[in-house]
Design a binder for this molecule. Sequence first.
Ligand code: SF4
Ligand code: MG
Length: 317
Amino acid sequence: MFGMNADWSLEVFERYFTIGDYAGGEARWCPGCGDHGVLTAIHKLLRDEQVPPETTVAVSGIGCSSRLPHYMGTYGFHGLHGRALPIACGIKSRRPELDVWVATGDGDCFSIGTAHWIHAIRYNMDMTVLAFDNSVYGLTKAQTSPTSPLGFKTNTHPTGAILPPLNPLTTTLGITNVSFVAQVVDWSPPLLYEVIKAAHRHKGTGFVRIIQRCPVFSDSVSKALQNSPERVLLLQHEKGIPIDASAKRQFPNSITHDPSDLAAARAVAEDTSRIPVGLLYQNTDALCYETLSSRGTEFTVKKRLAGINAALDRFTI
Ligand code: SF4
Ligand code: MG
């Protein structure tokens, strides 16, 4: 070409994504809402991991936290109440190469979406599930949710919630083929980031219950916890979440907990006198549905044949 030296070559720069590439619309959550910090952690993590925005999908149900896909500069699907997980599973089953994130709340996931929660955990498809738990229905202005504490006053129970709250950790840890369960509070940004990072890197369903501040409708719940940092129990282990000095200063109490021990994870989860934060359980060998159901892999064929033979054996007279 005229004017070009023969030894010139076209220089192609690798793409580099900034936090702005993951940002969508301006977040319209209330000032002080814990959802802001979670969104920041997700944006930062995607930037740090350099996940292409065009291969990222944020899926949600209905609720305050379910507005998250609007605030992502990625693909997104703002679904129906309780239906974030089946939508996410559908996306993952057809497009397993996509990085799928699920934003769901305590009302969305632990109430109307319970059946989907159970089966999504069992299917263990490779996705990151963030359950924003503020112990109340926030979007619809204060009704009792499955995780509202006993005695917590709402529009539906003006004299106080009459049942003890559901425990999302013990429930999730009781589901067959569960592979990753963690918990964190939204007011510890370094820990929040590390927990979400571990869930995102996990191959399988990375389930994180985020205890989330709603200063408008359940301020007393999160304030009580924020004012009692000794109630928070850091879970420490070489296989667990890296815990930096700031988290140790913030939460003085800790135990050593091996996240490969399911029985120990269930015991930690059952003790509601403390709020464990960190990685409760991880099994990197748990079967992933999308891997088993993908066509043509030797692994899939062998597994299917083994399953058929086992079934035939059971019915042989
Ligand atoms: Fe957040 Fe509560 Fe406001 Fe909803 S109502 S945006 S959960 S502070
Ligand atoms: Mg809620």
